[in-house]
Write a protein that binds this ligand. Structure first.
Ligand code: PAF
Length: 290
């Protein structure tokens, strides 16, 4: 029986000029184009973004760029997984039409001296623990949106603060693009999919779903009218008891501007970041309407 091989026929664009020309041509034919920005090491969570993008647009391009400006000096930029061939196969299988994979020099040529700084939703939460991170994200995402000129761009709710920062920058800078958030894709035990889950040992992996379980339990109780402060104390104790070594934050916020809440009276989100072994896990859940 002949073996079947899956061909990787996905075009890869390395330069801004080719990306722009390709997208302009499509848009000139009346086609709607969507971008799925990523840092690669793609998994089912990214594929959910591509699948949603295919519903919103006629052509979908994913970008893979491990963006140096959003990593702190002690963070994992050098060791961040890079596997372009695997990524492009997965994208081709899911139905994406192209992959934009620029070099660092293409994105940040010699003399590059500009940064996009978003206030508001960048402040607090991860903004307190990863100085410069959201400016790095905002700068590269602004560049990707302006380089591509796409009609829509999709981001996962897993990085909820990032999503709100990107919505704000697109609005504040009048970038004509629809920013679409897509629900977090979870493993069967509730752990949010993330390229960094690979850093967990088997024992840590068994503990990791406690994060989502705790946030989900808190959301249910807050929706039932429980007060925020005791729930936050309970949640922190749950995480530490389970084996998380430190909690950067566990906080209940306004779902749009991410300001801290004292009571839940409208759309709210519980966000957390906690350390487990070498991994720093983040997750968030919506508080169902009260
Ligand atoms: O979420 C990510 O993968 C990155 O932060 C993004 C949005 C692609 C910017 O580098």
């Amino acid at each position: 029986m002949p073996t079947m091989t899956i061909q990787n026929t996905l075009p890869i664009y390395r330069t801004i000029a080719v990306l722009r020309q390709t997208i302009k041509q499509w848009q000139g034919q009346g086609l709607r184009v969507a971008l799925v920005p990523t840092m690669g090491a793609l998994h089912a969570g990214h594929m959910a973004l591509v699948t949603r993008a295919l519903q919103l647009a006629d052509r979908v391009i994913a970008s893979v760029f491990v963006n140096p400006t959003q990593f702190g000096p002690q963070e994992d930029f050098a060791s961040y997984p890079r596997r372009e061939r695997q990524d492009s196969l997965l994208l081709a299988q899911t139905g994406a039409h192209g992959l934009y994979a620029p070099t660092v020099d293409e994105m940040y040529p010699a003399g590059f001296a500009t940064a996009v700084i978003v206030g508001g939703p960048s402040e607090g939460l991860c903004g307190d623990f990863r100085p410069g991170h959201f400016s790095g994200v905002a700068t590269v995402v602004t560049k990707l949106l302006l380089q591509s000129g796409v009609d829509a761009a999709l981001f996962g709710e897993k990085d909820y603060q990032q999503l709100q920062v990107i919505r704000r920058l697109a609005r504040d800078l009048d970038i004509p693009v629809t920013i679409e958030g897509v629900s977090t894709v979870r493993e069967s035990d509730g752990l949010a999919m993330s390229s960094r889950n690979a850093y967990l040992t088997p024992a840590e992996r068994a503990v990791a779903p406690t994060l989502h379980r705790t946030l989900a339990a808190m959301a249910g109780r807050l929706a039932a009218g429980d007060a925020i402060a005791p729930q936050v104390d309970w949640g922190k104790a749950q995480l530490l008891d389970a084996g998380f070594s430190a909690i950067d934050y566990l906080s209940v916020r306004d779902a749009v501007d991410l300001t801290a809440l004292e009571s839940v009276t409208g759309p709210a989100r519980i966000l957390a970041a906690a350390h487990l072994g070498k991994a720093r896990l983040i997750d968030n859940v919506a508080v169902p309407a009260v």
